[in-house]
Design a protein around this ligand. Structure first.
Ligand code: PMP
Length: 372
């Protein structure tokens, strides 16, 4: 299996697909209708909300189901007045960065490992009183884990609301404590739960959220007929992965390290971004020593391997990387950024085949770029 772009999206887990089918066959009714079958759909939806709450350590009443992380992030920022001060990190996903636009935004810089340091936030909070601090849990490009636990505690201490976009954390690392954050964003298709479904967690007392107006669904916080089958698939995927996470993390991170070592043996000036920071077990963001990333990508693609150049959603700009830009790289380096992200079932053979394909492509490019 040559698919190494799991941070862009993942295939639906078979258990999630079955859950979706079952829910679609049995409980396709409109949960807001008044007859028995609709009541059952509504009950199933509420029970899925409870199950999700248990997995992420948040009360079910705090969870609003959405169409995905982009909607969740936009819905949250839409609640802020236009003159609100907000602090976001310099490496947020465009759906946070762009949704925050127009507010009074301060961007927290990252250290040389691509990580937001709690002291940086502490010193900003001594001079700013923002309406919201938003720092992602794990970065989608580098995989660098951000210290959201400390940042959330710091914000709580100062009486400031804290949001984390956990789209890349959920389904990869233990999420049982995420509920300490006031706001949490999640997206099903990043963890085998299917496309078009996600959630936003709000503080218990917060009932504002008028981003999508209409009927009284989602306790009046998001209008539109609920997509119970998609919610069921999302929650089932997370339930399926959660007990296996530490085992998968161990296997995949050692396969990834072996991959990096074999590439280094060939390319000694290979630069791995955030290499000394704790990272997601599946991600490698690297700056190739030579040749543009699109050349690597297209030649690897011809050989059946899917990788990416930085992030798939960086403002539609081909090959741009928010993280490598925040780290102050020059334009030439930016053109050599590639991202590899494995899945829970990527095998040693998949990783070895990917490394071998990199070597083959390197030879081809050095011969003058003509494919054989
Ligand atoms: N936030 C992060 C950190 C992401 O990685 C992504 C997906 N690239 C999103 C938000 C957007 O997610 P969705 O596709 O569910 O809108």
């Amino acid at each position: 299996n040559g698919y190494f772009d799991h941070n862009a999206t993942t295939p639906m887990h078979p258990a999630a697909r079955e859950a979706w089918l079952r829910a679609s066959e049995r409980h396709w009714h409109n949960p807001s209708s008044l007859y028995r079958d609709a009541g059952m759909a509504s009950q199933q939806l509420e029970s899925a909300r409870e199950r999700l709450g248990t997995l992420i350590g948040a009360e079910a009443e705090r969870i609003v189901f959405t169409s995905g992380a982009t909607e969740s992030n936009n819905a949250l920022f839409a609640t802020l007045p236009l003159d609100a001060h907000v602090i976001i990190s310099a490496i947020e996903h465009p759906s946070v960065h762009e949704a925050a636009r127009g507010r009074n935004v301060v961007e927290l810089p990252v250290n040389t490992d691509g990580v937001v340091e709690p002291d940086t936030l502490r010193s900003h909070l001594s001079t700013h009183r923002p309406a919201l601090v938003s720092v992602m849990a794990a970065n989608n490009e580098s995989g660098a884990l951000q210290p959201w636990q400390e940042l959330a505690a710091l914000c709580r201490e100062q009486g400031v609301l804290f949001h984390t976009d956990a789209a890349q954390w959920l389904g990869k690392l233990d999420s049982a404590d995420l509920g300490i954050c006031d706001y949490i964003t999640g997206s099903a298709h990043k963890f085998g739960g299917g496309k078009g479904c996600g959630f936003l967690v709000l503080p218990q007392e917060d009932s504002r959220l008028g981003f999508i107006r209409g009927g009284p669904q989602e306790h009046g916080r998001r209008a539109g007929t609920e997509n119970y089958p998609a919610v069921e698939a999302m929650v089932t995927a997370l339930e399926t992965f959660t007990p296996r996470l530490s085992e998968v993390a161990k296997t995949q991170s050692s396969l990834r390290e072996a991959f990096i070592a074999s590439l280094r043996a060939r390319f000694d000036s290979l630069r791995v971004i955030s290499e000394s920071a704790p990272r997601l077990w599946n991600t490698v963001l690297m700056v190739m020593p030579e040749h543009d990333n699109l050349k690597w990508l297209t030649r690897l693609s011809r050989r059946g391997f899917s990788i990416s150049t930085g992030s798939a959603c960086s403002s539609g700009k081909e090959g741009s990387s928010v993280v490598v830009t925040a780290l102050g790289a020059d334009a030439a380096e930016l053109r050599r950024v590639v991202r590899i992200s494995s899945g829970w079932d990527s095998t040693a053979e998949d990783w070895q085949a990917l490394a071998a394909a990199f070597f083959e492509v390197h030879e081809e490019l050095n011969r003058g770029g003509r494919p054989q």
